[in-house]
Write a protein that binds this ligand. Structure first.
Ligand SMILES: Cc1ncc(COP(=O)(O)O)c(C=O)c1O
Length: 437
């Protein structure tokens, strides 16, 4: 007698999983990990990881991404940090080059630049959309600038036309960091498919997940091939497109077969992760729509409130709401960040997060500026030369960051989202009463 971990039993024996029963749910659409993910994982395990098992899960996943985003190439990796690193390498960014990044983002955007031995140059954000400001960016261009990484922060694409125009004038590579933006749109186009490359993350908080993972998408064969090589140990025999291998069996039987043609990392996505991501990718539209619906619940709850200011969504954009984020105008209501959060939770609200500290104010960046060491020692004398990573560098980002309240949108059960929005409505009422007294 065997027990399956699967919500729906499979045709064959799943006994090896016994003891890992998934939680029962009356409504399958409320489960984040569905039956397909379990089925695909089981297929991988049943294959004994034989390389001959075809088509591989990574191949299927990459094909789905090409179709969904209307691009020629999709290269899976093991994180949304390794995707950025591989894309920078593919874009020809080298040691000592400069890459323009916004400071209000998860630090991987700038860390990936440093992994490539290059210098992140921080450009301020727009005070209302909180995305990279193309004018601020233009002012920072130098002969050493090689690339730009605009970030679709919280799920909102930046002003991509302006960014692409500047990039075209200076022949810069644009890598869209869309770790937080699946199926968001800018002027009708899908975010991630506008720049030269787009970089997604499948880390557990993202619209779709496989625990950890990522994907680079692009249309140029040369870039795709370089991303593949960089993320796969520099193997010569790997194709840019889904299918990965152009190695023939005879090659492997030849002791003189030349495998390595470039310096590469092992950033490949494991088959087990690809199996989960494949099941998730099929449901991506549902996941995104639910996050958008949760954001709508919060927006409705905030109607008429002038001291919680949501991220501005210009008319030409579709926000994919990885998170619903507002700026607390503490001065006008007289409530500080922690007090607001505490009351929201008392009234039934969920976790609320703060925005990341601006990258250049993080201790690591501060220390690096003082004394670049190890693999970054070559930047000694260069960091801080053109840009000091001190308070005052990006005034808009510095004014906004301490006051951002980041609400969860990851509710597959929309009744729960409505309850959390109701807690927000009550919290607003509570403080407004307090204000009127
Ligand atoms: C904007 C942004 N860029 C990059 C990353 C890095 O992705 P990962 O955690 O998959 O390495 C993240 C993930 O949290 C992110 O939010």
């Amino acid at each position: 007698m065997t027990t399956s971990i699967l919500p729906v039993p499979l045709a064959h024996d799943a006994g090896a999983f016994s003891g890992f029963e998934p939680k029962e749910s009356s409504n399958a659409s409320r489960r984040r990990i569905g039956t397909d993910e379990f089925r695909y994982v089981e297929e991988v395990l049943a294959s004994d990881f034989r390389g001959s098992a075809k088509p591989r899960m990574v191949e299927k996943l990459e094909k789905i991404f090409c179709e969904k985003f209307g691009v020629a190439y999709a290269i899976s990796c093991n994180s949304g940090t390794s995707t950025l690193h591989s894309a920078l390498c593919a874009g020809g960014v080298a040691s000592g080059d400069e890459v323009i990044v916004p400071p209000l983002t998860m630090a991987s955007t700038a860390l990936a630049v440093l992994h490539q031995g290059a210098i992140p140059v921080f450009a301020d954000i727009d005070p209302e959309t909180w995305t990279l400001d193309p004018n601020a960016m233009r002012r920072l261009l130098s002969p050493r600038t090689k690339a730009i990484i605009p970030v679709a922060i919280y799920g909102l694409a930046p002003d991509m036309d302006d960014i692409m125009e500047i990039a075209a004038e200076r022949q810069l590579t644009v890598i869209e960091d869309v770790a937080q933006c699946f199926l968001g749109r800018y002027r009708g186009r899908l975010a991630g498919a506008i720049g030269h490359m787009g970089s997604f993350s499948f880390q557990s908080s993202k619209h779709m997940t496989c625990g950890e993972g990522g994907m680079v998408i692009c249309n140029r064969h040369d870039l795709a091939e370089r991303v593949r090589r960089h993320s796969s140990l520099g193997y010569a025999g790997l194709a840019a497109g889904p299918g990965c291998s152009k190695i023939r069996k005879e090659d492997l039987l030849d002791p003189n077969y030349a495998r390595h043609v470039a310096l590469g990392w092992n950033y490949r996505m494991p088959e087990l992760c690809a199996a989960v991501a494949l099941g998730q990718a099929v449901r991506l539209e549902e996941f995104v729509q639910k996050r958008m619906a949760a954001a709508k619940c919060y927006l409705d709850a905030m109607a008429g409130c002038d001291w919680l200011i949501p991220q501005k969504v210009p008319e030409d954009r579709v926000h994919s709401y990885w998170a619903f984020v507002v700026r607390l105008d503490a001065a006008s209501i007289g409530v500080d960040w922690q007090t607001f959060r505490k009351k929201y939770q008392e009234l039934g609200g969920d976790r609320v997060y703060a925005a990341w500290r601006l990258n250049y104010l993080e201790p690591f960046f501060q220390e690096l500026q003082k004394k670049p060491q190890g693999s970054l020692a070559h930047l000694s004398g260069q960091l801080g030369e053109r840009q000091r990573w001190d308070g005052g560098l990006c005034p808009h980002a510095e004014a906004v960051q301490p006051w951002l309240l980041q609400f969860k949108t990851n509710y597959l059960d929309l009744e729960l989202a409505a309850q959390k929005a109701d807690a927000l409505r009550q919290t607003i009422r509570h403080f407004e009463k307090f204000k009127r007294r």
